[in-house]
Design a protein around this ligand. Sequence first.
Ligand code: SF4
Length: 251
Amino acid sequence: MERTQVWASGGGVQSAAIAALIVQGKLRPDLCVIVDTEREQSTTWEYMDAVISPALASVGVKMHRVRKSEFEHRDLYGGKDSDTLLVPAFTTQSGGVGKLSNFCSSYWKREVVKRWVNSQGVKAVDLWLGISVDEMERVQAERSAKWANRYPLIEARKNRGDCISLVKSMGWPEPPRSSCYHCPNHTQHEWREIRLRPADWKAAVQLDRELRAKDPHVFLHSDCVPLEQADLDDANGVLFGHGCSSGHCFT
Ligand code: SF4
């Protein structure tokens, strides 16, 4: 059975490298898609609209931007009673600091990509994900016969530094790191970058407050204080590491 080659862009550095390989003629997907979680940092779309989409269009490749709400009704909460927070926030519920599970990258990204791809009438899919060789722990085998994951940057043996060099060799500016503006997995540096952009920062602070209106133990920053009061200095280490294992965030 013929397999449709689908690139699921994450909108970040590794995805820009895949775009560069497409523009160079080294890769050719049948479909390209990026999910708009409707909470993405503004810089992702600025870069996509100014650099990636026009470059792809120059070689006849269209990037489809799919709104999450078109294919998924769950937003911040899910579960049987719709009271399970889907983002990996920090919680003081048990006395110490814990971290909630990361359901959002699956509900908001992976499943939305699959539903959109299914809506295109494909039979079997090789789903390209922009994971580089320095992120091998994020590689996941897809179990169904219809869906197989492919990792073009690993096949090309490129690490994150190679990706940045490749993007620069195209004359493109270095891509911003893509993620939701409120993501609890942000590093201190990323939070500081977001603080420099008033609209994204205001939205993150507002969401942080709204989460505690429902559960007073939940916070976006590991300091477990309101986001605007968190110490964003590098010396204040973030707990529980960084990043998502799904392959659909931070790519
Ligand atoms: S970037 Fe963070 S908040 Fe957004 S979907 Fe991924 S894990 Fe969830």
